[in-house]
Design a protein. Structure first.
Length: 309
């Protein structure tokens, strides 16, 4: 498979969140259908008679494909077949395959998804070292740096953005208690314009991004027009960019822009009541809540954080 097709697959995977066990199962099975039926595929031909499942999507079919590549581990107990989202993933992937213009090497495309499956199985949690000599800002910076490094090695999967979003969500839950805000997977939060932001509390719309651009500033303008107060949380190098973009459109004094390290670290000090032992507890509680959010809303276990003493 040429580099261009690899790039197209990586872009498709990122855009449609094909990184968990369910979507990966769909990609493998639909690629197999393309091999046997040929392209273009008809989405309606890949739906079971009852209309509620993707044709052939189940543990057995997925494991047969994995076995060809020497993989014995079970990707998904049900192959994702009972997930309502699987039908949408199937249609999205069929559209993608049908839209490829050049000579299509389906074996190479299958290998792309097998590489993603191997990465899914091999994914290890990010690590935070609890060391009294390190600043709390460095604890936050370290886990984001790990996510960015993994992102470089796994093009098209936005680990840093997911970590940033769920760290903010965990921090807010630790500060306010659970039940005050709605969490979402990284791929859905603040995606369409159904919500004012990634999080919404009181009249505050919170946007979380590693790469602030004109679109998020426009979202902030819409928040203001709707009577909400916009807040933007980003990484250190994004802070100046966000402030500059806000100034360019006359919103510099109307958007609260925070850098993630300070946003989280200061709250940890407050939760710890500025005591040494309390800081360890606060970090442990933050990581515990973060991992719970990942468990509930993400399909990639490698997004979790492991605490080391």
């Amino acid at each position: 498979m040429g580099r261009t097709h690899h790039d197209e697959l990586a872009e498709f995977s990122a855009r449609h969140n094909f990184q968990g066990k369910g979507p990966l199962s769909v990609a493998l099975v639909v690629t197999q259908h393309a091999k046997t039926m040929g392209l273009p595929l008809r989405p309606e031909a890949l739906v079971t008679e009852g209309g509620g499942q993707v044709l052939g999507l189940g543990k057995g079919a997925v494991q047969v494909i994995l076995k060809r590549h020497g993989i014995d581990r079970v990707l998904a107990a049900e192959g994702g077949r009972t997930s309502r989202g699987s039908l949408n993933h199937m249609r999205e992937y069929v559209d993608f395959l049908n839209g490829l213009k050049r000579d299509i090497d389906l074996d190479a495309i299958e290998r792309f998804w097998i590489d993603r499956v191997n990465a899914f199985f091999a994914g290890k949690p990010f690590k935070i070292r609890l060391d009294a000599s390190r600043s709390l800002r460095m604890v936050v910076r370290d886990v984001i740096a790990q996510a960015e490094e993994r992102q470089k090695a796994m093009r098209g999967v936005y680990y840093a953005g997911a970590v940033l979003q769920h760290l903010v969500g965990a921090k807010l839950d630790c500060a306010l208690g659970r039940g005050f805000l709605q969490h979402n997977s990284f791929s859905t939060a603040d995606a369409p314009r159904e919500r004012p932001g990634d999080f919404f509390l009181g009249d505050v719309a919170i946007h979380v991004t590693t790469s602030p651009g004109e679109s998020v500033i426009e979202r902030c303008r819409e928040n203001l027009d709707d009577g909400h107060r916009p807040m933007l949380v980003t990484i250190q190098r994004g802070l100046g960019v966000a402030e500059g973009l806000a100034a360019n459109v006359g919103l510099a004094d109307r958007i609260d822009i925070f850098e993630i390290e300070q946003f989280v670290a200061l709250n940890l000090y407050e939760l710890a009541k500025f005591a040494a032992e309390g800081r360890k507890t606060a970090v442990t509680d933050l990581v515990s809540r973060y991992n719970e959010i990942v468990d509930e809303f993400e399909t990639d276990p490698s997004l979790k954080i492991e605490l080391r003493g």
